[in-house]
Design a protein around this ligand. Structure first.
Ligand SMILES: Cc1cc2nc3c(=O)[nH]c(=O)nc-3n(C[C@H](O)[C@H](O)[C@H](O)COP(=O)(O)O)c2cc1C
Length: 198
């Protein structure tokens, strides 16, 4: 089901992980709003375990340093984005210092908020798991109990024609998703559901 008939919000349906970015800086007040959106995400125990380290391209050294953490294939197109954001999770609860098994889930919710806010402002996001987590830990002096999760590239959409061919083709590939029947069940896992599409 790649083009839902139901009115899912266009910020969700039209978002895609682009690779063609326009390397212009993002204003501070715009960036601030992205983190403000992340801030309002729900979290288990209201722990708010998300942490972010950001590097904007206006500080060339900082931007290059975070870029260096990416896998070479990600780096090849991420270099044109405006801001890189390392996402981290605090893996222990503050109230009783136990493993917070919802920490990654909560960081995902915060990034989901950030992503919708970015889309609403004409920005694009590309999240990346392909980065050197051990190096990031060392580089940013990340304390024990915090886990680097992803690096997100944020920027304004650019001209796909400037990408190498293999990446350019991916910009216009149809976005593929599982059918709802494949992941929504009732009565038992894998059993299907009784929802009707209107
Ligand atoms: C946690 C996470 C890690 C990802 N890692 C990478 C990555 O390292 N490189 C990449 O090109 N895309 C990466 N992606 C983007 C996915 O490939 C993309 O979201 C997926 O193919 C669906 O496409 P869409 O976002 O355009 O709908 C990642 C996405 C997420 C959420």
């Amino acid at each position: 089901m790649s083009s839902p008939k139901t009115p899912v919000h266009s910020f969700l349906v039209d978002r895609r992980s682009i690779r063609a970015f326009d390397p212009r800086p993002i204003e501070d007040e715009t960036l601030y709003l992205l983190f403000e959106a992340a801030r309002w995400a729900p979290s288990a125990f209201n722990e708010q375990p998300w942490r972010f380290v950001m590097a904007g391209r206006e500080n060339e050294t900082e931007f290059q340093q975070m870029l260096e953490l990416l896998s070479p294939s990600n780096r090849s197109w991420a270099k044109n984005g405006s801001v890189l954001i390392l996402t981290l999770a605090k893996m222990f609860t503050s109230h009783d210092n136990r493993v917070n098994r919802h920490a990654l889930y909560d960081v995902g919710l915060a990034v989901g908020n950030l992503s919708v806010q970015a889309t609403s402002m004409g920005l694009s996001l590309h999240q990346m798991g392909g980065f050197d987590s051990a190096k990031s830990r060392e580089f940013y002096s990340i304390p024990e109990g915090y886990e680097p999760i992803s690096i997100i590239l944020v920027g304004y959409p650019g001209n796909a024609e400037l990408l190498p061919e293999h990446l350019r083709l991916r910009e216009s590939n149809p976005r593929v998703r599982k059918a709802i029947d494949e992941f929504v069940f009732s009565s038992k896992f894998g059993s299907g559901h009784s929802l009707q599409q209107h």
